[in-house]
Design a protein around this ligand. Structure first.
Ligand code: MG
Ligand code: MG
Length: 257
């Protein structure tokens, strides 16, 4: 069942998303060669706590940290560790904030120092595919229109879309109906109605779309170990417009790819 949100509820998600956006910005400042990924986690955890929020992911089904940190061939659900970032890496940082009873969720993939032009193109295409999807996330369209727009944009450029993991509704729970696949057919799936709040989150691979789960029980990586990128926004659909509730503004003051 899809839980459509009231204006009051969306306002709370908006507030949650503001804290989240700023937490991402604090982390972005420290994304550089030499930092341990667990130190990035600490920055986010403290920032969110200082602003009255709670990390959505920590403790979720036993997930151990505030951030999901997925480097290079890791797609999503990696966790912070002693690993030190190095020049040429890419790092996907996914974070959720729970504030006044509501979740927000967003992700961004960063280059660390100089990366290959091939990988930079992957990041740019993945980010743009998110906005292509958001453009179709409008009142009266169907979910398949969003999914198709993402898949088409990605595949036209020779990349592949991860299918096993999808975007999702969110609100009082981090993951609600409906699913938001990053592949699909136009005109199919649920109609997008007033009050729908969803996280749209393309996960895009440079090589094949196949993924495997590491033995840690969480980390998802590409089977061929080629890089993967992930960008995510939480958006709200209104009858007369669609609003991106989360923001990458504070990230993009530091990085803009
Ligand atoms: Mg996320
Ligand atoms: Mg999500």
């Amino acid at each position: 069942m899809i839980l459509y949100k009231t204006e009051e509820e969306i306002q709370l998600i908006r507030e949650s998303a503001q804290i989240l956006g700023k937490a991402h910005g604090e982390v972005a400042r420290q994304v550089k060669a030499g930092i341990k990924t667990k130190d990035l986690d600490k920055i986010a955890e403290e920032f969110i706590a200082d602003h009255g929020g709670k990390a959505s992911f920590k403790g979720y089904n036993g997930f151990p940290s505030t951030l999901c940190i997925s480097v290079n061939e890791n797609v999503v659900h990696g966790f912070p560790s002693e690993y030190e970032l190095k020049d040429g890496d890419i790092i996907s940082i996914d974070c959720g904030v729970f504030y006044k009873g509501y979740h927000s969720d967003s992700a961004y993939t960063y280059p660390v120092g100089e990366i290959t032009p091939e990988t930079m193109s992957l990041l740019k295409a993945t980010k743009e595919s998110l906005y292509q999807g958001i453009e179709q996330a409008k009142y009266g369209n169907r979910m398949g229109d969003v999914s198709y727009a993402i898949q088409k944009y990605v595949e036209d450029r020779g990349y592949t879309v991860v299918r096993e993991l999808v975007g999702h509704g969110l609100g009082k729970s981090l993951h609600e109906s409906p699913e938001v696949p990053n592949y699909g057919k136009r005109g199919r799936g649920p109609k997008l109605q007033h009050g729908l709040v969803i996280a749209i989150e393309p996960m895009v691979n440079l090589g094949t779309r196949n993924i495997v789960q590491e033995n840690d029980g969480w980390t998802i990586r590409t089977r061929d170990r080629k890089p993967s990128a992930h960008y995510e926004h939480t958006v709200a659909v209104f009858e007369d417009r669609t609003e991106i509730l989360t923001t990458h503004k504070y990230i993009e003051e530091v990085f803009n790819i």
